[in-house]
Each structure stands twice: as C-alpha cells, then as structure tokens.
Design a protein around this ligand. Structure first.
Ligand code: FRU
Length: 530
C-alpha cells in the first residue's frame, strides 16, 4: 500500500485545527457561561439563569429588556412585581408591563406579559392598587380586584387604567380611558396611586416635567387636580420621573409620623445620570408641605444604579425595590440574553441621626437572610494594617457584615470580586480622612462599554459616637450594594467582573484599623430549582 505523505499531513493538520477550535470554544463557554465554584451548589441553577453576569439573588427577566419596577402590590398572599419590559428585544422599545410574583420577596416567578402597547401608545410606568371594596365599580362583585394605572405614551402622555379579576394574570383596559387626559405638558407620566386614610380618598402623583402634580379620587376613575410641588426645591438637573409618597414613623414612634416624597430625576443625580432624591414633610390630603428643617438635597442612594424605586401597595411593611441601572448606559450593559435587573427589596424607616436630622434608612428585607448559608469566615477584635487575603475564598455571591473601629488608617475596607489573573477588583471602603464611604469600580471588570460607567462613587458618612463604622455589603455576579452604618448611607452599583474573579481582601491603608467583627455569608442562588 502506498502511503500518501501529503494526505496524512493534511489529515493531521485538520485534526490539529479541530482540537484547537474545540478547546477555544470550551474555554470561551467555561469562562462566560459556566461556573468555577462548588459544583454541588451550582448544578441546580437552571442554565437559563447561569451566565457570568446573571444576578443570582436579584430579579431579572429571563430574557430581553427591563427598566422601572411598576405596579408593585401585595395581594392575596403574593407580592406582584410588574416592570417596564420590551418582550421582543434587549433594547428599550415596545414598552409593556412584564410580570413576576413572589410569596417571600426572595424567589420570583416570571409570568406572562401583563399589559401590551395598543393604538394609543406604549405602556409606561405606573402603579397597581387593590380595590377590595369595588369603589371603582369596575368589578362584578364587592370583592373587587386589582386596578392598574399606567401612562399611555403615544403622541402625548396620559393616564389610563386597566383592571384584573384574576390576581393580575389578565387585564382589561377601561373603556372610559384616559382617566387623566394630558393638560398640555410634554412629560406627564408615572402615576403612583395610594389610599390616603386621613382624607378618605385615593391620591395620584404624577411626574410633570420639573414638578409633581397631585390628584384625588373617590372611585379611581374620576380624578380632580389637588396641587403641585417641587418646581423651586431639590435637584433639577433633569426631568422628574416616577414619584412615590409614603408615611413613616420617626424612630419607630407612631405618634410622630412624617411623609416622604420621593422623586427620581434623569439626568443630574449625585453619581451622574439618573437617581433619586426625597423630601420630608406633611401631606394633608391636598398638598405636600416640606418640613422647614428639611433643607437641601437628600439623595436616596449614592451609587449609580438605583432608579425609579417603588413601594408595594398593600404590604404591611414599607418595602421598595428599584431598577438597578442608569439611563446613561442602560442600553449598553454587557448582559445577554437579558438587560436590566432589580435591586434587592429593602425596608424603609426614618431615623434621627447624630446631628439631629431625620433621615431615610434602607435595609435589605429580613427575608434575604433565608438565602444565607453558614458563614465561611469570621473575625473579631483584630487590628490590621496590611491587606489580609481571605485564603481559599471562592465565591461570587455573598454578604459581608463588618464593624470597624476607626484607627490611624487613612482608608480601609474590602476588595471584592478580585482576580489575580484578571487584575480585576471592586473596592468598597471608608475614606476616614475625608469622611465618606465609597465604591470604586474602575477596575471591576468590563467597563469600556460606555464612557461614563467607570468611576468612584462616594457617600458622606460620619463615624458613629463610639468610634465605629459598619458596612453590610451584598456581592452578586454583577452588582455590589453597600449599606453603611445600618443603612443610613447606601451605594448601589453594577459591576461586570469575570466569573474567575472571586478573591476577597480586607485592607487598610497608611495605618491601622480594628476589625471589631466580621462575618461573611455565602448567598445561595434564588434561581436554584431544588
Ligand atoms: C423612568 C421612565 C419613566 C417612564 C419609563 C419608560 O425610568 O423614564 O418616566 O414611564 O421609564 O420606560
């Protein structure tokens, strides 16, 4: 038999190329789509929720675009989260209301799209209220149902309603729409409807360019103009959007309650781009009157990615969630096949701080602890001056709970989602010299998809009277949320590190800091099927 050397060389060459090709594909998928941590934990995450940048305990739609939370309501044992959604693509467009439900605020089930665009326009942000006594007359029985308020965004923006008799699964748009026609204002949107007990009426807030407009109704269908607020106060770097209004006791004292008016703004926020501010005062059923002591601008979150927060109507506790993104770069973030994530649900309170000022305080809901696993690291009363690398720390999703006694160190904190090979890290720390908490995501991973993504974000934070500061940090596959000093200051930021960047370091710069206490809890994926 004659051996054809040329043919054999060619075959060997083809085999060689195939092996190289396969290994490249393997490396690509293993660094982008699979995980390098404890396989026992990971194997039960459904493939659809197992990408490098897929948050593991923050809600995301399985695919396509999402922005603001909408229609949040607790009803018949379910928390409903509707959201601005493009069911047909991963960019803003075809705006509809997506829908997810949860019984525990931690595990979410995505349902069918609830409201779709029609000949009047897209379905922009809004709210849902449970009409449990059929005040609207929209329901066949006295048991009532759910009423959704949304902005129809067509040639102009007006407010419309839809109602549901099957716990939000299907909706009928009201024949008498719009319920609030456009009065000649271009930006006229985002109806938030609440029940105002003291004046026995429903109140609707609308964002109208540079102010908030208030309307009142007894039956959810006929609305009368009440007042407007905000043209001359607060931050006005951009258009006002997605307002909220709620009442909270100060320091837990139900005899001393204040109203909080929360307003989002795009752009012009503290960290750049879109963000939220709030005002404290009184709502008397007609007008919002700001406290004289409440001066200046109160930012809701000092990070870049917390927008359009909304509370659950009908819940026993004040709980809100927000869109974890920023209009500056939302359409460019490098996630696939979904784009957009929600923050963790947070409980709200008003607390008087050391300087006597009342402040909005945010904490993750207690239910988040259900996803905690046994702590993998603990430290108590230990002085550090050099970085401490947590040996064999191998996690992408975890919670850090730390208290520091401020010493001589100029700066201290944590370097999370670190990778020796990738050179990536996100720094979450306290700058003791200048008095602020910060998150530095300049080297956090993929940052070059938009010029305004990379940066350092700072929240002025005082050392407590006992000389300490606390940090509670939630790290996920593509976010870092810092709750400082018990939630008095919050920084929410997205990051896009490699799956392999999993190291964690505690550090101090130019001096010492005492770690009073530290615990690190891995957080289990809420997508886990078992
Ligand atoms: C806020 C917002 C709202 C609007 C919606 C459109 O992020 O701009 O004002 O209703 O998003 O998706």
């Amino acid at each position: 038999m004659r051996i054809n050397i040329k043919a054999i060389t060619l075959i060997l060459f083809i085999v060689f190329l195939t092996i190289i090709g396969l290994s490249l594909v393997y490396n690509y998928t293993s660094s982008n789509d699979s995980i390098g941590e404890n396989p026992a934990t990971i194997s039960s995450i459904p493939d659809a929720y197992n990408q490098a940048f897929r948050p593991q305990y923050h809600f995301t739609p399985q695919s396509n675009w999402m922005n603001d939370p909408n229609g949040m309501v607790y009803y018949n044992g379910e928390y409903h989260l509707f959201y601005q959604h493009n069911p047909h693509g991963s960019q803003f467009g075809n705006m509809s209301w997506g829908h997810a439900v949860s019984e525990d605020l931690v595990h979410w089930e995505e349902l069918d799209v609830a409201l779709q665009p029609d000949e009047h326009g897209m379905i922009f942000s809004g709210s849902v209220i449970a009409d449990e006594t059929n005040e609207s007359g929209l329901f066949p029985t006295d048991e009532g149902g759910l009423v959704a308020f949304y902005t129809s965004a067509g040639d102009t923006q007006d407010q419309r309603i839809a109602y549901s008799t099957d716990e939000g699964r299907t909706w009928t748009k009201y024949e008498g729409n719009p319920v609030v026609p456009n009065p000649g204002i271009v930006d006229f949107r985002d109806p938030k409807v609440i029940w105002h007990e003291a004046s026995s009426q429903f109140v609707m807030l609308l964002a109208a360019g540079n102010k908030i407009m208030f309307y009142g109704s007894k039956n959810l269908r006929d609305w009368d103009y009440l007042s407007e607020y905000g043209q001359d106060v607060g931050a006005h770097g951009g258009v006002w959007e997605t307002p909220e209004l709620f009442q909270l006791p100060v320091d837990g004292n139900t005899k001393n309650e204040k109203w909080v008016l929360q307003v989002d703004m795009n752009p012009g926020s503290i960290a750049g781009g879109s963000g939220g501010q709030y005002f404290l005062g009184e709502f008397n059923g007609k007008e919002f009157i700001r406290d004289e002591k409440d001066q200046g601008i109160n930012w809701v979150d000092y990070g870049k990615d917390f927008y359009a927060a909304q509370l659950f109507n009908g819940a026993e506790r004040p709980i809100w969630m927000a869109w974890m993104s920023n209009w500056e770069y939302a359409s460019a973030i490098p996630t696939h096949p979904f784009r957009g994530a929600m923050s963790m649900p947070r409980t709200l309170s008003l607390q008087t701080d050391q300087s006597g000022e009342v402040q909005l305080v945010q904490q993750p809901v207690e239910e988040m602890k259900d996803l905690r696993m046994e702590p993998v690291y603990e430290m108590a009363d230990k002085t550090i001056s050099e970085p401490v690398q947590l040996s064999s720390f191998d996690r992408q999703t975890y919670e850090v709970v730390a208290e520091f006694k401020v010493g001589t160190a100029r700066e201290f904190g944590f370097r999370v989602r670190q990778g020796t090979e990738t050179g990536e890290q996100t720094v979450v720390g306290y700058d003791a010299e200048n008095g602020y908490m910060f998150t530095d995501r300049q080297y956090s991973g993929v940052t070059d998809f938009h010029p305004s993504f990379s940066g350092v974000y700072r929240a002025p934070t005082k050392i407590k009277e006992n000389g300490t500061v606390t940090m509670r940090i939630f790290v996920d596959r593509s976010s870092v949320e810092l709750f400082a000093n018990g939630g008095e200051e919050v920084l929410t930021n997205r990051i896009f590190p490699s799956l392999t960047s999993k190291d964690l370091q505690i550090y101090a710069v130019d001096g010492e800091v005492n770690v009073e206490s530290l615990k690190i809890y891995p957080i289990e994926s809420s997508w886990k099927t078992s």
